[in-house]
Design a protein around this ligand. Sequence first.
Ligand code: SF4
Length: 241
Amino acid sequence: MRGRVFDLQRCCVNDGPGLRTTVFLAGCPLRCAWCHNPEAFAGDTARWVEAEEVLDEVLADRDFFEATGGGLTVSGGEPLLQPAFVKEVLTRARAEGLHTCVQTSGAVPRDALLAIVGLADLVQFDLKHPDALTHERLTGRRNDDVLANAAFVAAHAKQVEFRVPVVPGFTDDGLEGTAAFVRGLGAHALHLLPYQRTYLDKYRRLGLGARCATVEPAAPSRLASLASRVEAAGVHAVLVC
Ligand code: SF4
């Protein structure tokens, strides 16, 4: 079983518990204005890789995983555009006793979620904005299927973390609505991913224009204020730094 992979990073710290190896799969149905991984859908950086080859690389860090409670994370792009490959990788990882995490935008067919939901110890589900038209303006697609899939994952995943990128002037006006939405699904926390500018070099290398090129990261005081508003909406705000 082969999949299209554009990167594999070891010792990642924000992709689930402990130290993790994160595999980045090519392709994405969205075009988020702030996307940090444009190589997922632009350029020619992806290669076909066997699931067995992925596991061989991941298992090289088994000692780190055991020492830190880490494991394997499958990311993208949108990894669930390749559900059969993700299923194969997760099945092999679980057979090796690894903790498994899948990151998704939720903008995928329900069948793709069904294929993996029982194999992932953790699903990190990214919500961009609660308003359908704003979501379309920011990502190129409305969010009806995303919200429905978020409810499905909340009901069926072993563990789910809802996350939202905090992009000043783009997503920050939607945080309270997103907090209220995940609270309605029974979630107790919303993870806030502050916008950073370090990804802009990728756009220069790929010869692409970045829609958020002039956006500055939120100051710590602003992040604290946004976190307070999330808490006021009824869920714990977890700042991911
Ligand atoms: S869902 Fe993720 S990978 Fe896809 S465009 Fe948005 S930020 Fe980029």
